[in-house]
Design a protein around this ligand. Structure first.
Ligand code: RVP
Length: 487
């Protein structure tokens, strides 16, 4: 019947990049990209907005390497704002007054410790009611030898001979002051000794160490935030807290209520608004007039059961290329989200038309991902679960799947599983393999930049025999390669 005259859709294992004449040395391939009008990255990589992947720790680590972390939304709005602020503050060289965490002399040491912990800072200037600098207090880790109790007032515990500098001080002079006095932070003051900002050793060193970090115009790390399709309050709060991009986070962004709500959210915020996930040309057409970026992926995720549970989905290479065709006409960037197991998959996603890729499982086993390392039969793993799994939905993730909370006695209909991924060590070394693989892919097709890679790359179709040939075969692997795990 006509109904079964169906188009073919392909995914990563169905295709390979066709090698082509090239003068591109892999190390020189330029992987910088743009995922929305105001968000430029130095590597085309984002981490998934999942509660076992991206919290502030991983977002900081990834932005320092040039990519973008997207904070998940299984936390309340207040926690999300605190997480955004932690990322924004992490490498700030000169922290502006409104972003400096301060203590008052009457607070207890315990209160201030808790406040500093939450903000992820190691010390705070102590100011009076008129914002004049009275002293500085540092966190418990560098204060235990002092004889102050946690119920003492800050004025007892603080250093009152505080070294300050003029608000216009050049960073280099501030650094010298810190070396000279063996201190970690220098409050900046105006001519009436009112707090104007803060310079930290950490901020200066981190900046030097991470030259290719993804930063905003003030030199702060970039951060993305997932918001539910109808969560205007989270969107507005995240925007005000300084998020660079908001990701309307749903499993089906071609739901017309989602489209309307996303359009509405876009009108209320300054941050760029990226909408997803979608998987077809038609969905892209309905979003390109207002979305600052589009995210593609219906069912490719490693922990995703959408295709099995619902029967719906779109193999990822076809999905990306369909959306990219429409997006390119409107100059809207595209992110390929999910299903990337190897660096070669990331290269294929970009070659199919994506400006960047988003990964969950790939990063979930790193040190920087939330959750602890567990050992099963002598092997180390970290927990990784779908946001549509029962566990994640119970913690608030149901809206992504456009589901209401079940009534008493009913169960969720999950579209994801709870799992474990092999423990992998640091994010930086995983990312190095990923980006290195993409660059080599660019070398094989002769693309010097991501835009060239998107337009110039050509695919060939691979048979099952061809696919087998592509993996190590007829050998027993004796030493594991850092970028290959047997299937
Ligand atoms: P992967 O990198 O293959 O682990 O896929 C990660 C992606 O899977 C996420 O960015 C998200 O789009 C999708 N996801 C998250 N949870 C679920 C689910 O429970 N089905 N899917």
């Amino acid at each position: 019947s006509e109904k079964l005259e169906v188009p073919e859709a392909l995914t990563f294992d169905d295709v390979l990049l066709r090698p082509s004449e090239s003068r591109v040395e892999p190390d020189e391939a330029d992987v910088s990209t743009r995922i929305s009008p105001n968000v430029e990255l130095n590597v085309p990589v984002l981490s998934a907005a999942m509660d076992t992947v991206t919290e502030s720790g991983l977002a900081i680590a990834l932005a320092r390497e040039g990519g973008l972390g997207v904070l998940h939304r299984n936390m309340d709005v207040e926690e999300a704002v605190a997480a955004i602020e932690r990322v924004k503050r992490a490498d700030e060289m000169k922290i502006r007054r409104e972003n400096v965490v301060t203590a008052s002399p009457e607070q207890t040491v315990k209160e201030v410790d808790r406040m500093m912990d939450r903000a992820g800072v190691g010390g705070a200037p102590v100011v009076d009611d008129e914002d004049r600098v009275l002293g500085i207090i540092s966190g418990t880790d560098i204060r235990p030898y002092l004889e102050v109790g946690e119920h003492d007032e800050v004025r007892e515990a603080m250093t009152d001979e505080v070294i300050t500098a003029d608000e216009e001080v050049p960073p280099r002079d501030a650094l010298e002051l810190m070396y000279e006095h063996k201190i970690e932070r220098v409050p900046l003051v105006d001519d009436e000794n009112r707090l104007a900002g803060l310079v930290t050793m950490q901020g200066i060193l981190a900046r030097r160490e991470h030259e290719d970090a993804a930063r905003d115009e003030d030199g702060r790390l970039l951060v993305g935030v997932a918001v539910g399709p109808f969560e205007t309050d989270r969107a507005v709060a995240a925007d005000e807290a300084g998020a660079d991009a908001l990701f309307i986070d749903t499993a089906h962004a071609h739901n017309l209520n989602v489209v309307e709500s996303a359009r509405d959210i876009k009108e209320q915020v300054d941050a760029d608004v990226i909408v997803g996930n979608i998987g077809t040309r038609e969905a892209a057409e309905d979003l390109v007039d207002f979305a600052d970026g589009l995210k593609v992926g219906i069912g490719p995720g490693s922990i995703c059961t959408t295709r099995v549970v619902t029967g719906a989905g779109m193999p990822q290479v076809t999905a990306v290329s369909q959306v990219a065709d429409v997006a390119a006409e409107h100059d809207v960037p595209v992110i390929a989200d999910g299903g990337i197991r190897y660096s070669g998959d990331a290269a294929k996603a970009i070659a199919a038309g994506a400006d960047a890729v988003m990964l969950g499982s790939y990063f979930s086993g790193t040190d920087e991902a939330p959750g602890r390392v567990i050992t099963i039969q002598g092997k180390k793993y970290k927990q990784y679960r779908g946001m549509g799994s029962v566990g994640a939905m119970q913690s608030g993730g149901g809206e992504r799947y456009l589901k209401e909370e079940p009534e008493e006695g009913e169960e969720y209909v999950p579209e994801g599983v709870e799992a474990a991924t092999p423990y992998k060590g640091s994010l930086a070394s995983e990312l190095h393999q990923l980006v290195g693989g993409i660059q080599s892919g660019m070398g094989y097709v002769g693309a010097e930049t991501i835009p060239e890679f998107k337009t110039d790359a050509r695919f060939v179709r691979v048979s099952q025999a061809g696919q087998q040939e592509g993996h190590p075969h007829d050998v027993m692997i004796t030493d594991e390669a850092p970028n290959y795990k047997p299937q």
